[in-house]
Design a binder for this molecule. Structure first.
Ligand code: APR
Ligand code: ZN
Length: 277
């Protein structure tokens, strides 16, 4: 069980954020654990049942598209039933209140986007927005750079047609998997697999990171490149790293503050409105 982060560490993190001019928030699967979703490498994580090479590579999809879609559909259905947790909400509201915060996520579960929408529109329970825009702020500020894509979009393996697909997918046979409306070829999840390039989104994240003087990393083991390098770009540009993770990571030695706690416990007190600078 995580040792709860102590108040002085959280206060130190708050001081850094309050004084910062430019914050990039890098998140990983651990952020969504408090929404009931699994991580990849932790105890009970997704990879416990499969090897990454068997599922999250173009070769794996070519070899057995049904198995790969079965794995993604299991995760899509779990994510569709989950809700943003207090950490997603705190990050969204932080990005909406300030105009110098960028969110970059490795997650493909769409929970950051849902948290942003709920912050502006209210959630399905209370139609009350949680952030009022005095400055006419842009609701899109809380939408993340999705470094690894989203499994709510599908992309044609032949012509590249990409579209949203939130309906349940019948993974019982290759024939029942999603096929392209234009050319009839098989559609794949619109996510980034091992060995695939991240495209311009990572360049945008590195650019933001190089101009940020603080990087908040939440719930990532920081083992997958180039995404994990976002924090290093801020660090190498002279910025400081604040980490929220119940466990140590590869980046811990570079962190100015490491909060050994869960995201839902440590992020909300770290991002209260008085750190808006
Ligand atoms: N709150 C915060 N962090 C948590 C929590 C929690 N409640 N529970 C676990 N964690 C931490 C773990 O200690 C671990 O360091 O979340 C991290 C999850 O690490 P990974 O499972 O490796 O997930 P992530 O870092 O997002 O993986 C990066 O690898 O498989 C690819 O594309 C996939 O985007 C993924 C990438
Ligand atoms: Zn097509």
């Amino acid at each position: 069980m995580a040792v709860a982060a102590n108040v002085s560490e959280i206060d130190h993190g708050r001081d850094i954020l309050r004084d910062s001019r430019g914050v990039i928030v890098l998140t990983g699967a651990g952020l969504s654990v408090d929404s009931g979703l699994m991580t990849f490498r932790g105890s009970g994580g997704h990879w416990k049942k499969h090897r990454p090479e068997d599922l999250a590579t173009p070769e794996a999809f070519h070899r057995d598209p049904r198995l790969v879609w079965e794995w993604y559909e299991e995760r899509r259905r779990a994510a569709a039933k989950s809700r943003p947790n207090d950490a997603h909400r705190a990050i969204a509201e932080f990005a909406l209140r300030r105009d110098d915060v960028v969110i970059a996520t490795q997650n493909v579960d769409g929970l950051h986007t849902l948290a942003a929408r709920e912050a502006v529109m209210g959630d399905k329970y209370s139609k009350q927005p949680r952030v009022s825009f005095t400055d006419g702020g842009d609701a899109n500020r809380a939408l993340p750079l999705e470094l690894h894509g989203t499994f709510y979009n599908v992309r044609c393996t032949s012509c590249g047609l990409c579209r949203e697909h939130r309906d349940l997918i019948d993974v019982s046979s290759k024939e029942t998997l999603p096929h392209c409306d234009d050319c009839g070829s098989l559609m794949r999840p619109d996510v980034v697999w091992f060995g695939e390039p991240l495209g311009v989104v990572i360049e945008r994240a590195f650019d933001c990171a190089s101009r940020s003087d603080a990087c908040l990393i939440v719930g990532t083991s920081a083992v997958v490149q180039p995404a994990a390098n976002v924090a290093m770009v801020t660090h190498q540009a002279g910025g400081v790293i604040i980490e929220v993770n119940p466990n140590e990571t590869l980046l811990t030695p570079m962190c100015e503050v490491s909060l050994r706690d869960t995201a839902a416990m440590a992020v909300p007190p770290l991002l209260t409105p008085d750190v808006d600078g």
